[in-house]
Ligand binder design. Sequence first.
Ligand SMILES: Cc1cc2nc3c(=O)[nH]c(=O)nc-3n(C[C@H](O)[C@H](O)[C@H](O)COP(=O)(O)OP(=O)(O)OC[C@H]3O[C@@H](n4cnc5c(N)ncnc54)[C@H](O)[C@@H]3O)c2cc1C
Length: 496
Amino acid sequence: MNDVKSSIASVRSMRSGAQYLDSIRADGRKVYLDGEAVSDVTTHPALRGAARSIARLYDVAADPANAELMTFTSPKGSPALRCYHIPKTPVDLAARRGLSTRWAEESFGLMGRTPDHVAGFLAGYAAKPSVFAEAGQQYADNVVRYYEHARDNHLYLSYAIVPPQIDRSKPAHKQSDPTLHAGVVKERDDGIVLKGAQQLGTGAVFSDAIYISCIHPLTPGDEAYAFAVAVPANAPGVKIFPRRSYASGAPSSFDYPLSSRFDELDALIVLDEVFVPWENVFCYRNLQLCRDQWWRTPSHSYGNHQAQIRYSVKLRFLLGLTKRLVEITGVDAMPPVQIQLGEMAAFATIVDSMVKAQESQATVDAEGTVWPSKAALYAVMALQSEINPRLLDTARELAGGSIIMLPSSLKDFESPEIAAQIERYIASPGFPARERVAVLKLVWDLIGTEFAGRHEQYEKFYGGASFLVKQNMARTYDFAAATKMVDRALSLPAEN
Ligand SMILES: Cc1cc2nc3c(=O)[nH]c(=O)nc-3n(C[C@H](O)[C@H](O)[C@H](O)COP(=O)(O)OP(=O)(O)OC[C@H]3O[C@@H](n4cnc5c(N)ncnc54)[C@H](O)[C@@H]3O)c2cc1C
């Protein structure tokens, strides 16, 4: 009886999908799509599919059957999402993977900035308040308090931490207008005022709040741009300009099974004189802290541990679909096809194993915080820009024209004039036409549609341009151990 009661209490204190949707419904957020302000992102035809998918994540986490997998008990004694847990052991890190895997499976790895992504960053900051305290104790207090607020309220944060491209040859303060990149334009007794834009707020349309800062290198003179804040997505002056919604062109979820459900949208975040109270300011006019927040805390590692877990799930889905595809076209037993499948499987296994290596090779710092192995993390991230297109290309090779030669839409199956011929010519042995078409439309939405093209760009750039990730790798790799071997080779005694 007690167990039942406690599980009901735990459900109540988690956030359900309906509660999430209610909280972002018509809350005054300024989202502009096709030149018009969206009055409700949860019901707009181009947005509701993704909103529902995110709501589903909250339902999965609130399901008492998933309590162990998805939640931990916060220091305040209430259940919280595992993505907000600050890991103290590699087992804790693996437990974070449990939540992220389960959530990624809901979208087949196709929603990148689910609530566990930025939650990882916040957990990373809260794990190392000492880094923020170097700039002033108030920043450490603020970041810990905000983390607790987000954790205790199961918040979904997105982030925009890269300045708009405009002119990459010049630092922020030397742009043609100093308020192009998001920066501080006014200091008040009660907080600061921000103006300018920051990219590329994936999920911002649907999030509760947006973390805004700068991960790009800043130079002396850029102090106004060296800040970190969290702002509610509906804060006055916050304007969210998403790109085209790929769900808007999807006539049905049969024809576009992924675009219609999982387009989380990417957005330019425009700050039109946005006031941020001091308590939500974590870094202010401080070049050093603005940089250190990413690299001297485990934030970047926790956030991208999630990104790699999600990518691993997506590859599993790609492998499953490619296997089904070759079964449909009847080439699956051919040795050359098996070799191609084997290569794909090798890459998928490497990515999955490297996620686990981040945990098995994790280190514990002096304050007892676990850091995933950066070498294992950046090794895959650095190569993802090359691995991913190669995998997609193999899937395309194996697909031939199957993913093109499809009925124009579900309606063809309902046409008395052509349905019988569609059924006759588009079926394969063991795969009736409708089932075959459903699989092939999934493949096309994963590798060929506009949604798929955006995904290819996402995998290249979500963690920054690959030249930057390779620089991270170069900084991380143990070159000292490698060059020591060279020295030993050079010092070998001469032999005749
Ligand atoms: C779909 C998608 C979703 C994203 N989601 C988010 C998000 O939610 N939040 C967020 O903050 N960011 C997000 N990002 C990442 C981010 O905003 C940037 O796209 C990413 O950091 C790369 O920066 P950039 O686009 O300005 O490219 P740039 O920095 O302009 O680089 C573009 C290219 O120019 C060349 N180049 C530029 N500078 C140099 C240099 N110094 N040396 C050599 N070559 C150079 C390289 O070829 C590089 O690949 C996302 C990106 C994409 C594509």
